[in-house]
Structures are given as structure tokens and as C-alpha cells.
Unconditional design. Structure first.
Length: 279
């Protein structure tokens, strides 16, 4: 019996093959392979350590998609910020600026009256009077300027072109914003029949009383008949100015809705008193 020290370890099949034919055959049991995908860079065996997995590389299309999403997201955020800024300016910024303009024009007009002038030339137009409406509050005081341009309506109330002067026979027509730019007629729907409207000029205080309320009449912006010396509604059953031709009337006009609209709300009234100022 062969001594233990001289006995060799059992040979594997690969060892026997090597010894017989002189060819070295690697032992498969010692190999550990890397799991790869079709687009990986190697099929080389991995010796030693734990098996590893080669992750799939992100393709060019993935990078482009992420870049497009990033640029699109930034663009949407930018547009949203611009829109919000514009809305903030329209609903708060313009009111703040216009309130300051209104106070400035009233001060200029009163100063000019003190110097004997009938009107005041301002940066926004010719100012002729001051409107006060008790229904809108005890401190409501807004200047009246000639015309209906954007500059005029951003600084007060516009006296429409080619309509009667305050206190005169015919139709004295005033127009103003209901929202933004100082929104002088923001509470227009609250007007009721019998409400008083006071117009102060250098020489007199004129008082009108309304014959219709703020919500009583809505017309398209093309309804020019409301500007006539004596407005007559073409709709036989519609609201119209009471009285007769030759009366001293007042007509108030504003947008019928808070946001963009082509319709106008209209209220009619007539003069009840003119009190001259004492020199």
C-alpha cells in the first residue's frame, strides 16, 4: 500500500486530459462570467470577487429627451411667470398707478380753479370737473377729463366727445373703467334708481338723480344711441331715458362684466339742481 504522503489527489477529467495529451484545459469551475446586455463592451470572464452586472448605457435618444423636457419645463415656467406678472400688473399695478394719477389731477384742477382757470391741462388730458357719488362712498372723488382715450381713462372718468356739457341741455355722457386703471365704476352694478350724482366744476355744483339702476340696461358697444342728445332705445320694450327732448340728462357707461366684454352697462339720469359757487 502506497504511503499517504506519496498519494496524489484525485485528478479531474480536465487534469487527466492535460496529462495524457499535454494540453492545458482551464477548469470551468473557476470561471465566473459577467452578465452583459447586447450593447455592452465585453464578454470577458471575471475572476475573483462577486458577480457583477454591466448596466445598459443610456442612449443618445434618452439624453435628447431629457434635454427637451428640461428646456420645455424652463419655457413653461418662464411663460407662467410672465402671465402672472401681467395679471398682477393689470389688477393691482394699474390701479395703484391710476389712483395716484387721479389724486394728482384733482389737486391740479383745484389749484387751477383757485387761480381763476375753468379747466386744468394735465399730462393725461384736460380736466374739467370732479365726480362724487354717495353710493360709492363718502370719500369717492374722481376727476373728469375730456375725451375717452386710454390716457384719459387711466387717470379718471372720460366725458365723451360730442355730448352735452355738464348742466346743459342734452345728454352729458361719462365713461370709466369698471376694473383695472383705478376702476372708478367698480361698484356700478350697485347703483339704484334715485341715487344722486354730483359734478363739481369751477363755477357750480350740479346734482343729477338716476332714473335707472346700474344693472337695468346692457347694450353692445356699438349701440351709439345711448350717446344721443335724447337717448331712445330702438327696442320698444327696452330701458330708455325718461323725459323728453331738451331735458338736461346724464348717462353713465362702463363695461358690463369684470373681464373683457363687448357689452356696456348704462344708467340714465336727469339734472335736479345747479348751485352756483360764491366767488
Amino acid at each position: 500500500m502506497r504511503p499517504l504522503s506519496t498519494m496524489s489527489e484525485p485528478q479531474s477529467g480536465a487534469d487527466k486530459f492535460s496529462s495524457l495529451y499535454g494540453v492545458t484545459v482551464p477548469d470551468r469551475r473557476r470561471w465566473r462570467f459577467v452578465t452583459t446586455s447586447t450593447d455592452t463592451e465585453s464578454d470577458r470572464p471575471h475572476t475573483g470577487g462577486s458577480p457583477s452586472v454591466v448596466r445598459r448605457r443610456r442612449g443618445t435618444s434618452d439624453r435628447k429627451r431629457r434635454r427637451v423636457m428640461l428646456v420645455g419645463g424652463i419655457a413653461l415656467i418662464t411663460v407662467g411667470a410672465i402671465v402672472l406678472g401681467w395679471l398682477a400688473w393689470q389688477f393691482w399695478g394699474t390701479n395703484w398707478v391710476s389712483k395716484g394719477r387721479q389724486a394728482e389731477v384733482v389737486a391740479d384742477l383745484q389749484e387751477e380753479w383757485g387761480e381763476g382757470e375753468v379747466t386744468a391741462e394735465t399730462d393725461f388730458g384736460k380736466a374739467t370737473g370732479i365726480l362724487r357719488v354717495p353710493r360709492f362712498g363718502a370719500d369717492y372723488e374722481v376727476p373728469i377729463l375730456e375725451g375717452s382715450s386710454d390716457e384719459v381713462l387711466a387717470a379718471g372718468i372720460g366725458h365723451m366727445e360730442d355730448t352735452a356739457a355738464v348742466g346743459e341741455r342734452g345728454n352729458y355722457v361719462l365713461a370709466a373703467h369698471r376694473i383695472t386703471h383705478g376702476e372708478p365704476f367698480a361698484e356700478f352694478p350697485d347703483l339704484r334708481e334715485g341715487d344722486l350724482v354730483h359734478i363739481e366744476t369751477r363755477d357750480a355744483d350740479h346734482t343729477y338723480v338716476l332714473d335707472t339702476g346700474g344693472p337695468d340696461l346692457v347694450v353692445p358697444f356699438t349701440a351709439s344711441w345711448v350717446l344721443d342728445p335724447f337717448p331712445v332705445n330702438p327696442d320698444p320694450g327696452g330701458t330708455t331715458a325718461p323725459g323728453q327732448p331738451g331735458d338736461r340728462l346724464i348717462t353713465l357707461v362702463t363695461c358690463s362684466e369684470l373681464f373683457h366684454t363687448d357689452n356696456r352697462s348704462v344708467a340714465f339720469g336727469h339734472l335736479v339742481e345747479t348751485v352756483p359757487k360764491v366767488p
